[in-house]
Design a protein around this ligand. Structure first.
Ligand code: UDP
Length: 327
């Protein structure tokens, strides 16, 4: 199988590329290296062909799509901090990039997997989110919801291509994926906390820390993406992908401190200070995994402590290798 991974030099994309290479696929990566890093796939050597360009470049997308059998579309502007600070780029990258990938995969009839996000559920107050749930998003003057809207437009576009052209596309909604190689530079909480704890700096919990999240290990997510891609009968459908073990952000901070053996203290930082005025957080975000469980037998197997240990070990190794604190 020949696979194209857009965003293949990013955190999840690089793990996916590696898994595909390991099962014998020929892998092509398209990445503009905006948030991805070539070092993430360097170890794969010539088993991966990497093109540095953006999914906004339709000619490049067309040439690469033509060469492969399937396309995993992961390239996007991600990370709450990036999204809030660069809303124009986020909206254009996410909407236009996905439109281009849809057009070209449809032209050559290549099976496509789109990675969307649990953000599309917005600030619904449900305990568990099901794929068919209503979306509850905030007003247009709050950039966070622009990200949610851009990914929802991607989903609407994918559904439209499926309905009107029978384009074989499957949509995944990823919930807080973490693991080695993830950077904290764009706001993601686990690498941020681990970095702070390793430096014995204050661990910054935003808000009152009572908000909860479910953190999924990238090593559990990647086989799910491949499993959904391989099931050709699963087109025109949306699947939650994640872990359903929930933790408060305050508890997460304490666990990171304990597992790193750090002397850090937890500090509460008001949302306004962290993200600027008018930031809406969501209280809980937990996926129903019933649908993907029934479809491909998916069940996450890595618990939070195992995930944290993997992230801590990776950050320590990076610091040692680079001789500088990992970010
Ligand atoms: N968060 C935090 N400290 C940080 C970074 C994030 O307390 O240094 C909080 C953030 O406000 C949110 C949760 O951790 O409630 C998860 O944040 P992240 O940006 O990782 O993901 P998302 O908000 O998209 O779930």
């Amino acid at each position: 199988m020949r696979a194209l991974v857009t965003g293949g030099a990013g955190f999840i994309g690089s793990h996916l590329s590696e898994a595909l290479v390991n099962r014998g696929d020929e892998v092509f990566v398209l990445d503009d290296l905006s948030t991805g890093r070539f070092e993430n796939i360097e170890h794969l050597g010539d088993r991966v062909t990497c093109v540095v360009d953006t999914t906004l470049n339709q000619d490049t997308v067309r040439e690469m799509v033509r060469e492969v059998d399937v396309v995993y579309h992961l390239a996007a502007s991600v990370g709450v901090q990036l999204v809030v600070s660069q809303p124009t780029r986020t909206l254009i990258n996410n909407i236009k990039g996905t439109e281009t990938v849809l057009e070209e995969t449809c032209r050559y009839r290549r099976r496509l997997l789109i990675t969307s996000t649990s953000e599309v559920y917005g600030k619904g107050t449900k305990e568990i989110f099901y794929e068919h749930d209503d979306r509850v998003v905030g007003p247009t003057d709050r950039p966070r919801w622009g990200y949610a809207a851009s990914k929802a437009v991607d989903e609407y576009l994918a559904m439209a291509f499926w309905r009107e052209k029978r384009h074989p596309v499957v949509i995944t909604r990823l919930f807080n994926t973490v693991g080695p190689r993830q950077t904290g530079r764009y706001g993601m909480v686990v690498p941020n906390f681990v970095r702070q704890a390793l430096r014995n700096e204050p661990v910054t919990v935003y808000g009152d820390g009572k908000q909860t999240r479910c953190f999924a290990y990238v090593g559990d997510i990647v086989p799910a993406l491949i499993g959904l891609m391989d099931r050709k009968d699963l087109s025109g459908a949306v699947f939650n992908v994640g872990n359903d073990e929930s933790v408060t952000i305050e508890e997460l901070a304490h666990r990171v401190i304990a597992r790193t053996g750090s002397t850090s203290k937890v500090v509460l930082v008001p949302y306004e200070e962290a993200y600027g005025p008018g930031y809406d957080d969501m209280l809980h975000r937990r996926p129903s995994l019933e649908k993907i469980g029934a479809a491909i037998g998916y069940k996450p197997t890595t618990n939070l402590d195992q995930i944290l240990d993997a992230v801590i070990a990776d950050m320590r190794a990076r610091e040692e290798r680079d001789g500088a604190p990992a970010t």
